[in-house]
Write a protein that binds this ligand. Sequence first.
Ligand SMILES: [Fe+2]
Ligand SMILES: [Fe+2]
Length: 128
Amino acid sequence: MPAQRPTLPDGIAAQHGHIAAQIRVLRLAVDDQAGDVRLRSLLADLFEDVRSHFAYEEAAMEIGGYPRLKAHRSEHAAFMHRLETLREESLMSDTELMPVLAALLETWFRNHEGSWDKEAAEFLRIAG
Ligand SMILES: [Fe+2]
Ligand SMILES: [Fe+2]
């Protein structure tokens, strides 16, 4: 029986921590040249959790009347697109670009959290 993976927690900040940890695990696996099966499994989990997180965050912004929701949503869509590209690379067993793509994902997520998400959280906190 495969080990149960941790589920996405409730709350935006907790979800950010969870996803950042998943990206770190993925990067380490890429650096260690883990096998295709392991990489695909990590990417599938990451894909699912990021998609759930974005839906959760967008719902919170919608409920809170956040004015830049449309632009924020586009940022999320761009990230999902990158994640999809990375997944396609792994499916083609074309691992040459994997370290670069994994590093990009990590940087993107950190930057997004420190700018877009920070601004939205601030708005939602003030708006109550
Ligand atoms: Fe976001
Ligand atoms: Fe977020």
